[in-house]
Design a protein around this ligand. Structure first.
Ligand code: GDP
Length: 463
């Protein structure tokens, strides 16, 4: 390791102690003083600054540890391998004889939800070595079908001919299987998210902090290839925008989502995290303009943001937001706007959104494919990352914990805890699968439990 790396590593260790010295001293003093709000605020500000400095230093670690380039190459290589396997799967030597799975794009939901529907079908296809046939006639975003907007997901195999189609679950090894929506699937296969392929897992974990979403991102990378006319239109719009790094992507999902599937979040809640990002960035570089790319389905939000935050440059298009609103959502025009928003959000340096929205999750999944590791480049105001219809998401206890009160639960090293969410206050909520008790868990004593599934290894495809 270089001298610079060693110094940085020691600095982080020492400054972690410093943060404790500070908190211990200041809170100790408070016990003997009249507690004043201003004093508490001053302590919080100090702690925040010290935290930013620690995080900023830690961000530099992987750049200096000598493996920076290795990680970049490895991420590109594994991604390339998956893309080639998918291409092989989707273009079998003999389409007539190939086993197939049929996926209908008639799910009556938004585009993010439909993309995830195709991802689920493609994972099913990959896991069962079947070519995915996508039926998209009469598609709600473009009645002419998927291939009118995107490159087809196969160049050579797009029909099941007149073979008999068996709906999943099939009792015997049918040649052609059709899939239900993931929400209503019975005998849910273990290979569905958040599982990742066992043969690649040990490569992925070495460069990415959230392999499950990276793997899902790889499916999107294969699926989501706008045709050249659409690509051209997107590029022309981008050229007119002042999209420059540093820039933070903010996705504000309103209209029909609020009150039904998600809580309302004030713009201020998003901007707090944007400010946090820039305050930290400014420790290491000069930021001339604090830029935000704002995507939303509510045009008023853009206007509101520009009025309330004049110190920020808010990039975004009110026209796109207007066509994204509920009543004109399912049109080719609104799809074009959403593709642009997704492209921009995933190209930002950081993303602030709500993972209750599939648009927010898709943006993050694409972001994961755009760089080596985006697992620390976002903040979700509500849910932790998930895939709709996923199998259980567990965390593994890496330290034991004895419940301190009525709300938290005890666990031992190795216990699996089914997680419901993180409260972003140091605690999450979950159920200990050994004791069946549900309650708060100190998040830092647990680690994400990755599910590895023995997917086919596609030995026919060169490594
Ligand atoms: P969810 O309902 O937010 O989970 O995501 P869906 O994609 O299933 O449905 C929401 C739909 O609203 C999208 O497909 C878009 O048509 C529209 N929409 C939501 N947010 C945005 C946005 O930020 N930009 C654009 N252009 N459209 C959006």
């Amino acid at each position: 390791p270089t001298e610079e790396y060693e110094n940085l590593r020691r600095r982080i260790y020492s400054n972690t102690k410093e943060i404790w010295y500070y908190i211990n001293h200041e809170l100790g003093k408070l016990m003997t003083e009249d507690i004043k709000v201003e004093k508490i605020q001053a302590i919080l500000d100090q702690v925040a600054d010290r935290k930013r400095s620690l995080l900023s230093d830690q961000q530099k670690l992987p750049e200096l540890d000598g493996y920076h380039e290795w990680r970049q190459n490895e991420a590109a290589n594994v991604s390339d391998l998956i893309q080639r396997r998918l291409k092989y799967l989707q273009n079998p030597p003999d389409c007539r004889e190939a086993r197939k799975v049929i996926c209908n794009l008639n799910k009556g939901c938004g585009f993010g939800c439909q993309l995830h529907h195709i991802v689920y079908c493609l994972i099913f296809a990959y896991a069962t070595e079947r070519t995915l046939i996508l039926n998209s006639k009469g598609w709600r975003y473009n009645t002419k079908g998927w291939d009118y907007v995107f490159e087809p997901i196969s160049d050579s195999c797009t029909t099941a001919y007149d073979d008999k189609v068996m709906p999943w679950p099939v009792r015997y090894d049918a040649k052609v299987v059709s899939l239900p929506f993931i929400d209503s699937i019975s005998q849910k296969p273990k290979f569905l998210p958040l599982a990742i392929p066992k043969d690649l897992a040990h490569r992925i974990v070495r460069f990415n902090g959230d392999p499950a979403s990276w793997w899902i991102g790889q499916m999107l990378k294969y699926i989501l290839k706008p045709r050249s006319s659409m690509q051209k239109a997107i590029n022309e719009t981008i050229a007119k925008m002042n999209f420059k790094s540093p820039i933070v992507g903010v996705h504000i999902r309103r209209t029909d989502k609020v009150g039904t599937e998600a809580a309302f979040h004030h713009i201020h809640e998003y901007m707090t995290h944007v400010k946090d990002y820039y305050d930290q960035l400014e420790l290491t570089r000069v930021v001339d303009v604090r830029r935000v790319y704002l995507a939303t389905d509510d045009a008023n939000v853009l206007e509101d943001a520009r009025k309330k935050y004049p110190q920020y440059e808010v990039v975004g298009d009110a026209g796109i937001a207007r066509t994204a609103a509920t009543h004109r959502r399912y049109t080719p025009q609104s799809l074009a706007g959403l593709l642009l928003d997704l492209r921009m959000l995933s190209a930002c340096d950081h993303l602030v959104c709500t993972f209750s929205s599939q648009v927010g999750r898709v943006a993050y999944e694409i972001m994961q494919t755009n760089r080596v590791d985006a697992s620390e480049s976002f903040f979700s105001l509500d849910d932790i990352y998930y895939f709709g219809g996923q199998n259980a998401h567990d965390r593994r206890a890496i330290m034991s914990h004895n419940a301190q009160g009525k709300e938290d639960i005890s666990f031992q090293v190795g216990d699996l805890i089914g997680v419901a969410g993180n409260h972003w206050n140091g605690y999450g909520r979950g159920t200990n699968k050994r004791t069946n008790l549900n309650g708060l868990i100190p998040w830092y004593k647990t680690a994400d439990h990755l599910v590895l599934y023995p997917f086919p290894e596609y030995k026919q495809v060169p490594q």
